[in-house]
Design a protein around this ligand. Structure first.
Ligand SMILES: C[S@@+](CC[C@H](N)C(=O)[O-])C[C@H]1O[C@@H](n2cnc3c(N)ncnc32)[C@H](O)[C@@H]1O
Length: 418
């Protein structure tokens, strides 16, 4: 790594390299330091030099400026610059560095370039019809509408149908090219699509309406909210409208009877004790359709995100609620979902028992507690910044179940990464 190659290198694409938004450093048990972005190809054993370079790649410096700022004792400036180019290229090949324009969330870089995910979203009629209705309710003739994360272009077309005079869609992934053709084919050539990261894109437009389908699994998972909030703060006219307007985050205690869920480990599959794998379930969440019968009590709203005002930090909250359990059994999970008020009178539900959406529900496995009807569950939800990516969140749940006489039936405390 320290010996710069002799052959001249081609000019590389990354003029002002920037770290992949999900980049993190991990330490393997045998003492190696590894740079990762959470994707299978995004792993690279990190030398001291690689870490030095990555630390300076925030998109503000050219490769030459990075070379000049490095604390290395390379004999010549040229050797130092060559080494930086080699290291930047290795990091780029693993997707760990992007160019400044490509600095978009991992989900956007990868999944969203494919048609499949857009098909999944359009197949979700509850979602897509609700957004169409919201556009009809919110857009007034002559409005300027900005769609953050235009994808297939569907919400841009809804906005144009609803009477918008100008529609701008922002999209960072390669789906933008076919989406442009979709707009032309459907007589919406006036809709302008802009490629880039909405968080930083310079869009010289003031919008009457900003629409964005930024909602991830259990609200937070897509990591799009910071880009939406930044765009809203730059481009929304005073008094402008946003879709969705508000999102409620709900939780309910549940007994998980789905044999394909984490309760699978309660038995002895193939005659073996797999309980260490059950322990791992308390760190990860499951996305499933939860039947209403699984709930031990109705859902409660733990937080409401006011999309007209809230920044990413406002999503970091600690909230508590108390339930009176309606039936006995085994409390071994907490079910999570959201309800989005898209526009006045247009509500999109993703609750158990509501018409299915692609978000389904979120299941947070918890250490089981035997419960009786009439017991109380006291639960605290903590939403904080994920340690490896400020766009994502870490969710912690702490609960205790009390019998009617106040005695403790059991408690749990778990922390999940999304
Ligand atoms: C959930 S999809 C919604 C697509 C489309 N609006 C719809 O409703 O079917 C989100 C889209 O936003 C894009 N996206 C995510 N983050 C973005 C960002 N920071 N800037 C621009 N586009 C982004 C993704 O590439 C993806 O196409």
């Amino acid at each position: 790594l320290n010996a710069p190659p002799r052959d001249p290198l081609p000019t590389l694409a990354l003029d002002r390299p920037v770290r992949h938004p999900s980049l993190y450093v991990s330490f393997s048990p045998d003492g190696r330091t590894v740079l990762e972005n959470g994707l299978p190809s995004g792993r690279l054993e990190a030398s001291r030099e690689l870490l030095d370079v990555v630390a300076l790649c925030d998109g503000s410096r050219t490769q030459a400026e990075i070379a000049a700022a490095l604390p290395w004792s390379e004999p010549s400036e040229e050797a130092r610059a060559t080494l930086v180019r080699v290291l930047v290229e290795r990091l780029r090949q693993h997707g760990l560095l992007l160019d400044e324009a490509g600095a978009a969330p991992a989900t956007a870089d990868y999944g969203y370039a494919r048609p499949e995910i857009h098909r999944t979203m359009l197949l979700d009629h509850v979602r897509t019809d609700a957004f169409r209705e919201a556009m009809r309710a919110v857009v007034r003739p002559g409005d300027t509408v900005v769609d953050m994360g235009a994808g297939s272009g569907v919400l841009c077309m809804f906005a144009a149908e609803a009477g918008a005079k100008e529609v701008h869609g922002i999209e960072c992934s390669a789906i933008i090219e076919p989406a442009r053709r979709v707009l032309e084919l459907n007589g919406h050539a006036a809709v302008q699509l802009h490629q880039g990261d909405a968080e930083t894109l310079d869009l010289p437009v003031q919008a009457d309406v900003i629409v964005s389908e930024w909602l991830g699994y259990f609200v937070y998972a897509d990591g799009m909210y910071p880009a939406f909030a930044a765009l809203r703060d730059r481009c929304l006219k005073p008094g402008g409208r946003v879709v969705p307007a508000e999102v409620d985050v709900l939780l309910a205690p549940m007994e998980d009877r789905d044999p394909r869920g984490h309760s699978y480990w309660y038995g002895r599959p193939y005659g073996f004790d797999f309980s260490p794998l059950l322990e791992q379930e308390y760190r990860f969440t499951q996305i499933r359709l939860v039947p209403t019968e699984a709930l031990l009590a109705p859902g409660q709203v733990l937080d409401t995100i006011d999309c007209r005002r809230a920044g990413m930090r406002d999503l970091h909250v600690t909230r508590s609620a108390r339930w009176r359990l309606e039936r006995g059994g085994q409390l071994d999970a907490v079910c999570g979902w959201f309800t989005a008020r898209l526009a006045p009178g247009v509500v999109m539900e993703t609750a158990p028992g509501a018409p299915d959406t692609h978000w389904q529900q979120h299941v947070f496995a918890v250490r089981p507690v035997r419960v009786e009807a009439g017991d109380a569950l006291e639960l605290t939800l903590r939403v904080s910044e994920a340690p490896y990516d400020s766009r994502l969140v870490r969710i912690a749940l702490e609960g205790r179940v009390l019998a009617p006489d106040g005695s403790l039936r059991g408690e749990f405390a778990h922390q999940y990464d999304q």
